[in-house]
Design a protein around this ligand. Structure first.
Ligand code: BTN
Length: 320
């Protein structure tokens, strides 16, 4: 109802009468008035002039589901979006919804995360309205061994969405950091509930730094924001819709054709292969040349001792 009223108001440059709205929607004028007030409470500025009707003057800078729906071209990704002003973590909230049985493609998005999670047990700085903190629910019928490929797929999709919407082409640092001007603009965190041989669900979360903020000391100098690079304001709704559209396209490609087309795109976008790297993993630190993406999505490194080693997780530092 809210979404439909919004769509009708946005379509018109003129005032839209309450009577016309109520006929169009098949509800009473009081119901229309009530919903207009809900919208106002959410930050929409809607003027109402007696005998003329309603006119929308301002749309709040929030990642409201109705705003995103209106820009989606997908069949299932983002068909149900849960928006929150604040959450501990969108991944954690999505896991709760997944445990309740919510379907593939369900999306959770928050203006702020109070305990945003990064990879390797780190935290993710997620101040209010400053970025896109979002998680997508997948229920692929593939074995858990394929899960790392989904993170790589996510990185490709977010990179494509960013490129389509802003013209910037982020590079992917293995496994899934997106870099612009050599600094991190986005990170992805994939979590999964699985049996030995089947995935129950995957929550694929991504955080994109958008507005200029004072980053915490530990990431200062390593992180960057899209608005900082572009030097202008960015519409988060438009960007997120573009990413979700790219997400579904790549996911369908993965389901129908396997990982190879995604691998091709990842290789095109990556800034890791062919570089000297230092990989820190639970088994220690190794330096060498990053030479390939392994079959399971790991990073193959030719060590300084001329040995080929594949890492399935870890932190990569690009040396030169
Ligand atoms: C990393 O680079 O370390 C991964 C960062 C992932 C951050 C996103 S923000 C949305 C989702 N919810 C979380 O708690 N984390 C991910």
């Amino acid at each position: 109802m809210k979404g439909k009223i919004l769509a009708l108001l946005k379509k018109s440059d003129e005032y839209v009468s309450g009577e016309w709205l109520s006929k169009e929607m098949g509800v009473s004028r009081t119901a229309i008035w009530k919903h207009i007030n809900y919208l106002r409470q959410e930050g929409y500025k809607i003027e109402s002039v007696p005998r003329l009707g309603y006119k929308i003057l301002h749309i709040p800078d929030k990642l409201y589901a109705e705003e995103i729906y209106s820009l989606l071209t997908t069949n299932f990704i983002g068909k149900k979006i849960y928006h929150y002003n604040h959450l501990t973590s969108t991944n954690d909230q999505l896991k709760k919804l997944a445990d309740e049985g919510k379907g593939e493609g369900t999306v959770v998005v928050a203006e702020q995360q109070t305990a945003g999670k990064g990879r390797l047990g780190r935290s993710w700085f997620s101040p209010p309205g400053a970025g896109i903190w979002c998680s997508v629910l997948l229920r692929p019928t593939v074995s858990p061994a394929h899960a790392p490929k989904l993170t790589l797929l996510g990185a490709v999709a977010v990179a494509e969405g960013i490129e389509k919407y802003t013209g910037l082409q982020p590079g992917i640092k293995w496994p899934n950091d997106l870099l612009v001007e050599g600094k991190k603009v986005c990170g992805l965190l994939t979590e999964m509930r699985a049996e030995v041989d089947s995935i129950n669900y995957v929550t694929l979360g991504f955080g994109i730094n958008i507005k200029l903020v004072d980053f915490p000391e530990e990431v200062k100098g390593k992180a960057i924001t899209l608005e900082g690079v572009l030097g202008k304001k960015l519409n988060r709704v438009g960007l997120l819709a573009c990413i979700l559209n790219a997400f579904e396209k790549n996911y369908l490609l993965f389901l129908s054709k396997g990982f190879s087309p995604i691998r091709g795109k990842w290789e095109e976008l990556n800034v890791t292969l062919g570089k000297m790297v230092t990989v820190t993993s639970h088994s220690g630190t190794v330096s060498g040349e990053a030479v390939a993406l392994g079959d399971g999505g790991g990073l193959v490194v030719r060590t300084d001792g001329d040995e080929l080693k594949e890492f399935l997780s870890g932190e990569v530092t690009l040396s030169r």
